[in-house]
Design a protein around this ligand. Sequence first.
Ligand SMILES: Cc1ncc(COP(=O)(O)O)c(C=O)c1O
Length: 418
Amino acid sequence: MAVTTRPQAPALDVKRIRADFPVLSRTANGRPLVWLDNASTSQKPRAVLEAMRAVYEEHNANIHRGVYEFSERTTAAFEDARGKVARFINAAEPREVVFVRNATEGLNLVTYAWGRDNVKAGDRVVTTVLEHHSSFVPWQQLAKEAGAEFVVVDVDDEGRLRLDQLRRELERGAKVLAITHTSNGLGVINPIKEITAWAKAAGATVVVDAAQSAPHIPVDVRDIGCDFLSFSGHKMLGPTGAGVVWGRAALLERMRPFLYGGDMISRVTLEKTEWNELPWKFEAGTSAYVEAIGLGAAIDYLTAVGLPAIHAHETALTGHLLPRLLGEAGVTVFGPHGLEDRVGVVSFDVKGIHPHDMATLLDREGIAVRAGHHCNHPLMTRLGVPATTRASTYLYNTSAECDALVDAVRKAKKVFGV
Ligand SMILES: Cc1ncc(COP(=O)(O)O)c(C=O)c1O
C-alpha cells in the first residue's frame, strides 16, 4: 500500500480518543500534561491496559507448555496477537512474525542470525546517516568483524536522503541495505518501495527499521518488497517488551537461531539439537506473552482509528506547528519545512538555549519533549549540532498543545534573554 503524503482522511475525534488514555488527564509540574515525546514512546489506551489485565486476572499461564485450559487460552490469545501483527503489516503468513522485546532486538536478531552467516570479507553493507543507533551500530560492528565495507549514504541540506548517492552506491553492489523507513531525528519518510526495488535489483538483502513508521503510516511488507522489517510495540500504543521482527519465511527457515534455550527446540539429544518450526525457532525462553497480547489490542485500536486518518491528523498538527515555530526569532527547524513525506517529528534549536535547558523549561510548563542526540550521533554530526529539541505528535495531540509549546518556547527565550 502506498503512503499517501497528503492523505485525505476523515478528521479524528481527538476529544474521544483522549478520553481513552487515562494518563493524558494527569498533570506534570502542576500543569495539564502535554505529551509531545511520542517518537520516544507513546501513551496507552485503556483497551491495551484492559487486555493485559484480563490475562493476569482471568487465565494467566505460560504459553505453549501446558495442556490445561488456562495455558491453552493464553497460547491462543498470544498466537491471535501474532495474526493481528501479520495482518497489520500484510505478512504472507503469521509464522513470518517473530515476537522480540523491541526494534533494537529485532534488528540485532537479523545481524546475528542472518548477517554473520551471509556478510563476508569484501562485501558492501550500505546504510544511511539517518539511521538510529539500533540499526547503524549492529551493521557497523558486523561489517568490521566480517571485513566488509561499510557505506553510509548522506542526506541533503533539507535532511532528505541523497537518493542519487544511494542509487549509485547500490549499483556498485551491496550485500545488504539497512535503512530506516522514517527518521526519528527529522521525521522524513524515505521512499522505501522505490529504494527497495533498487537494492533488490543490485542483489541486496533489505532490512527496514520501521520503528517510526509502523505507528504512524501504513506499512505493507509485501508492497515494500523488503526482506526483514522490525518495530517496537511501545511506540504504537502497546506496552514495553513487545516488539516484532518480520522476515520472509524462506530466509527465516535458512537462518540459525538467535538465542538458544527452551521453546525454540524440537528435540535435544546428547549429541545435537533440532530447532523448532517458525516462528518459535526465534522465540527462546518464556515470551512476553502478556505484552504481545497488549500489542494485539493496540493494533486493534490503531486499525479502528485508521493509519491514514492518524497520518492526516499528524500532518495537520505539523502544518500548525511548523510556521509558528519558524516565526520565532532564533529558531532553527531541522528537516523539511514542507509537509510532504514526513511524520510529526519536529526537531528544533533555539539560538542561545541548549536543548537540555529548553526541555527543562518546557517541563515546567507540563510539556514533555525529548532533548539530546536521539540515538542519532551520525546525523547530529552531519547537522553540525550536538543535540536538538524534538517534539513529536501522535493521534491524541491537539493544535492547542502545539500552541502551548510555542508559548513555552517564547517564555524560555525571555528567561534566557535571547
Ligand atoms: C528509528 C528508530 N529505530 C529504532 C529504535 C529503537 O527502538 P527501541 O528502543 O524500542 O528498541 C528507535 C527508538 O527510538 C527509533 O526511533
